[in-house]
Design a binder for this molecule. Structure first.
Ligand code: FAD
Length: 366
């Protein structure tokens, strides 16, 4: 039972944000930037964010050529351009808000590995460059030779001049510090069980406790259906591994292949390699953080035969994170009911989009 003091000082807020991933923290920060007087709390079920924001690969990416071409098969040209713009705008907000040093941002470009130098998709390279020119003011894709020491199976690479990398841990730490510095309260270990909308307020209920707020923002991404079963998204697990430090590793930048289903980068002289969801889609449609041995073995095999064919390496660590997908790649950023708002469904793009999603959600709320 709560004391009089607890009830007076710890249970009433102007805005409750649920979820302390990049979207939840960015939403809270955008709200506070617009109105300093707001009393905002972010509720997080884990001791750390427990979704994707601290589990990803940290690619500051707007999309590889084959990913964009695949998107054009499922979306209109305008939708694809809007999605890329969202990614670009989100990264701009994140970088301006926290600074490149604080998020470990480097723009070393990105490279897509192609296994066939006659790949039919290369015929579209110029038209995609033309499509994206107005957005970036420059030509972004060009082909280059495989001079990276990858297997000879890699016949060609496509370089993108507009992609960068982020140190995910530093970025999320800095975002949290930014929220604290603005006076935003963040409470961990608070799993919201239910949201009860009343006339003029919303009650946010967990097993021990309930809070009241004028408005609620749901930023729980793949876990949103637990609070709103009608929301249209499916979870998608992402598997990752990281090697021990490797001597004389000369790679720089970030790399993708197979429409972005596989991605790797260098961090602290190690290779961080993730993806392979397409190897076992059914099993990976889950909110469980377990490792999938089939995919981990596939990643290891590709690391040995494609990425580091000449080098010995040892795997130091493996983990998984949970993303959210839908029929289209467009995120859901909307008013759910009178005082409840949501920003969810970011696929493999939430590090790029999260800050813009938070900004857009804050505009809907205020
Ligand atoms: C392996 C992997 C690689 C990726 N690589 C990239 C990349 O390179 N570039 C990129 O842009 N994106 C990437 N992504 C995607 C990106 O990480 C996500 O889209 C983004 O982190 C989503 O952020 P979010 O804040 O919306 O959700 P999340 O980070 O999932 O945050 C949601 C939070 O809500 C909390 N929560 C859930 N339910 C409740 C509840 N009932 N009560 C309280 N709290 C709750 C969760 O614990 C979680 O912390 C990758 C994702 C993965 C898994």
């Amino acid at each position: 039972m709560l004391s009089y003091w607890e009830k007076k000082s710890f249970t009433k807020y102007d805005i409750v944000v649920i979820g302390s991933g990049i979207t939840g923290l960015s939403t809270a920060i955008s709200l506070k930037e617009k109105d300093k007087s707001l009393n905002i709390i972010v509720l997080e079920r884990g001791l750390l964010p427990t979704g994707a924001s601290t589990k990803n690969a940290g690619f500051a990416c707007v999309g590889s050529l084959t990913e964009i071409l695949d998107d054009l098969n499922h979306h209109s040209k305008q939708e694809v351009i809007e999605l890329i713009k969202l990614r670009k705008d989100g990264l701009d907000i994140l970088r301006n808000r926290l600074g490149d040093e604080a998020i470990g941002y480097f723009e070393n470009g990105s490279y897509e590995l192609l296994f066939d130098s006659n790949d039919y998709r290369l015929l579209k390279l110029n038209s995609i460059n033309e499509m994206l020119f107005p957005l970036f003011g420059k030509t972004i894709f060009k082909t280059i030779k495989n001079e990276f020491g990858f297997s000879e199976k890699v016949e060609l690479l496509i370089e993108s001049s507009v992609e960068g990398e982020i140190n995910t841990g530093k970025m999320m730490f800095s975002l949290l510090q930014k929220a604290y510095s603005l006076g935003i309260e963040v409470k961990t270990g608070f799993e919201v069980e239910e949201i009860l909308e009343k006339d003029t307020e919303v009650e946010i209920v967990n097993k021990q406790f309930s809070l009241k707020a004028k408005k609620v923002c749901v930023c729980t991404n793949a876990f949103a259906p637990k609070l709103f079963p009608e929301i249209k998204l499916k979870p998608g697990r992402g598997q990752v591994l990281i090697t021990k430090p490797i001597e004389n590793l000369k790679l720089k930048g970030v790399y993708h292949f197979d429409e972005g289903y596989y991605y790797f980068r260098v961090i602290d002289n190690r290779i961080l390699f993730g993806g392979g969801r397409n190897v076992d889609f059914d099993t990976e449609t889950t909110t469980s953080f377990e490792l999938n041995n089939k995919i981990q073995a596939d990643l290891e095999e590709k690391l040995r035969t494609v990425i580091l064919p000449q080098q010995n390496f040892e795997i130091e660590h493996r983990w998984a994170g949970i993303m959210a997908f839908g029929e289209t790649k467009k995120p859901i950023i909307k008013q759910v009911s009178k005082n409840v708002f949501a920003a969810v469904k970011f696929g493999g793009m939430g590090i790029a989009i999260g800050s813009k999603a938070g900004e857009d959600l804050s505009e809907l709320v205020l």
